[in-house]
Design a protein around this ligand. Sequence first.
Ligand code: ADP
Ligand code: MG
Length: 261
Amino acid sequence: MSTLEIRDLRAGIGGKEILRGVDLTVASGEVHAVMGPNGSGKSTLAHVLMGRAEYEVTGGSVTIDGVELLGLPTWKRAHAGLFLAMQYPIEVPGVALDEALRESFAASGRDAGEVGDLLVKEAARVGLDPELLSRAINVEFSGGEKKASETVQLAVIRPRFAVLDEIDSGLDLDLLRAVSRRVEAQTSEDALGVLAITHYNRLLHELRPDTVHVLVKGRIVTSGGPDLPEELERTGYAAYGEDDAPATSAPGRAAADDPFA
Ligand code: ADP
Ligand code: MG
C-alpha cells in the first residue's frame, strides 16, 4: 500500500504561474480523475509530477510514501514508482519499444528476459500490432497506436502510480474500451493508483473513479464522486469560475466537447 501525496504544488513556466496550489492524495488501487477546461494546467501538473525540466516549481511537495520527488531527475521518479502517459507521446527515432523496456527492466534490477513475452501478451490485450514493438517508438504510429503503446508500457512496467494525460484522446470506441479495461484491471489486480486526466466521461465508465477533481486556473475548485462528470456534461465549467475567462479561450461546455483541443 503506497500513497502519492501532492501538497500545495505551485509551478509555472517563463515566469507565468500555472499551478497555484494543488492538493491531491492518491492511494494504491484508487482512481482519481482530473477534469477541467483547456489551459487550466492539467498537462502542466502531469509534466511537473514527472519532472519535465522547463517547468519551474515554486512551492509545495510531491511524495511517494514520504519520499520527496521534487528535485529528482525523471528516471529517479520512475524508479520511485511513477509513470506518465503523455497527452502527446513523443517520437523516439532509432529506439524500439522492446529495447527501451529491456533497458528499463535491467536498470531497475528486473529480468530483461521477460520483456519479450510480456510485450506480446500486453499488445494482444489492447489490439496493438506486435510488429510495432520492435519499431522506433511512436515513429509513424497513428494516434490510437501511440495511446495503445503507452498502455502496453504501463502494463509491462507495472509502476505504483500512473498519470494518464488524456489517454482516451484519439481512440475509437473499441480501443477506448480495451485501454480503459486494461488500466482498470491493473488498479484491481496490481493496486495501481491512477491520476486520469480526461475531458470525457466515457473513459470513466470502465475506469471507475473513486474521486473526480475539477482543475480551473491551476487550482482544484471542487472534488466529487463518480457522478460529477455527468453533472459537468450538463453544466460545463461556468459554475467554477470559468465564465470570466477571456473571450479568446473557449470556456465551459464548448471546450469540454472539442475533441481537437
Ligand atoms: P491543459 O492541459 O489543462 O489544457 P496546460 O497545462 O497544457 O493546460 O497549459 C496551461 C497553461 O500553461 C496554458 O496557458 C499554456 O499555454 C501554458 N503552458 C503550458 N506549457 C507551456 C510551455 N511549455 N510554454 C509556455 N506556456 C505553456
Ligand atoms: Mg493538456
